[in-house]
Design a protein around this ligand. Structure first.
Ligand code: CU
Ligand code: ZN
Length: 368
């Protein structure tokens, strides 16, 4: 079928919205009609060409939500009409990692996905017979996409899809960092560095876990205000003195849990040092550039501080994204506050510009 999609043709150039071909779903695959898709930093990072593992041409986009249009052979977990959230981090429920229950890093389709192919090593996207590679296994800057069923979370039908799409990446990453990776205990003191989509999600996650004090650190007063609305008890301006200030506020010990959600290694170091001696856990949810290193004084670790990395918030997508959407529908998570701009697919490059200007939290593409 012919679909419209935002194609990354050349790194560093605007995406080109044009017609491409999308082939029918094969075994284990599903055709999804996109209804909404968030514009995320990872899309921009890849489009910029800075990521050495990026490739072109490809159809970007990974924060999608939509409706199952058709299923291929052997698909059992979703059917036509189901509402789904796309997962760049799949859950096959069969691989060694999925069965362990100890990680959400499913091994099933990793290699092919990283190279831009569906699990059988081919693409469904093409133009004039030339294959176009898939991005993050999702390629949701498009009217339709074909994805493996193990990469689709089925969510309740009464959940607005423009809100549900944020659970496909940034929001779940933040929520999950607090709820699953750190598993914040009630009554704790938490510090969240960065009040973008991931940091605000972490603030909300700390609140849902029953944290007593939640300090959010950012440079923008507007974003700190949003953090307060998500449950932060304090909003502090980022700076050199922030570790000392956190220690002062915790009788010299540091915070029970810290979260890094800026992707900047200098901030990661602050997040490690602001964690409490004895048991403080620093969770790194921000993504640093390839090749960057984190500078940590070993003595801080000997004193009982720990560092954990969190990919997609440790969320087991097919099991837990529907649960998070349920909590949104129960009024426990204010997702609508994060949607700052609604744009069309044709305006996707404007979504990038708004993100670079730090204008709002999320632009969401709405498909007609
Ligand atoms: Cu993302
Ligand atoms: Zn798996």
């Amino acid at each position: 079928m012919k679909i419209r999609a935002a194609v990354l043709e050349e790194f560093g150039e605007p995406l080109v919205v044009r017609e491409v071909d999308l082939a029918e779903p094969r075994a284990g695959e599903v055709l999804v009609r996109l209804v909404a898709c968030g514009v995320c930093h990872t899309d921009l990072y890849t489009a910029s060409g800075v990521d050495p593992s990026g490739y072109a041409p490809t159809v970007l986009g990974h924060e999608g939500a939509g409706i199952v249009e058709r299923v291929g052979p052997d698909v059992t977990s979703v059917q036509e009409g189901d509402h789904v959230v796309t997962l760049f981090s799949p859950q096959c429920r069969e691989c060694e990692h999925c069965r362990s229950g100890r990680t959400n890093l499913c091994l099933a389709i990793r290699e092919q996905q990283n190279r831009g192919f569906l699990p059988d090593g081919t693409t469904r996207l093409s133009r004039d017979g030339e294959p176009i590679r898939h991005f993050m296994g999702t390629s949701t800057f498009a009217e339709y996409t074909v994805m493996p069923e193990i990469a689709l979370a089925k969510v309740r039908r009464d959940a607005p899809l423009e809100a549900a799409c944020l659970f496909a990446c940034g929001l779940s990453t933040g929520l999950g960092a607090a709820m699953y990776t750190a598993a914040v205990r009630p009554g704790s003191t938490c510090v969240v560095f960065g009040a973008g989509m991931v940091g605000l999600g972490a603030v909300a996650g700390c609140r849902l876990q029953g944290a007593e004090r939640i300090i959010c650190v950012d440079l923008s007063e507007d974003r700190l205000e949003m953090a307060r609305a998500q449950g932060a008890t304090d909003g502090w301006t980022a700076g050199e003195d922030i570790v000392a200030r956190i220690q002062e506020a915790t009788r010299g010990f540091g915070a029970d849990y810290t979260f890094e959600a800026t992707g900047r290694v200098a901030v990661m170091r602050q997040a490690v040092e602001a964690a409490r001696m004895g048991w403080g856990l620093c969770t790194i949810a921000g993504v640093a550039g390839k090749g960057e290193t984190l500078d940590v004084i070993p003595r801080w670790l000997i004193q009982g501080r720990r560092i954990a990395g969190s990919s997609f918030g440790g969320v087991h997508g097919r099991d837990q994204v529907p649960e998070l959407v349920d909590r949104y529908m129960a009024g426990e998570i204010d997702v609508d506050a994060f949607i700052s701009h609604r744009i069309t697919l044709n305006e996707v490059n404007r979504g990038f510009e708004l993100m670079e200007a730090q204008d709002g939290i999320r632009s969401v593409i709405q498909f007609a």
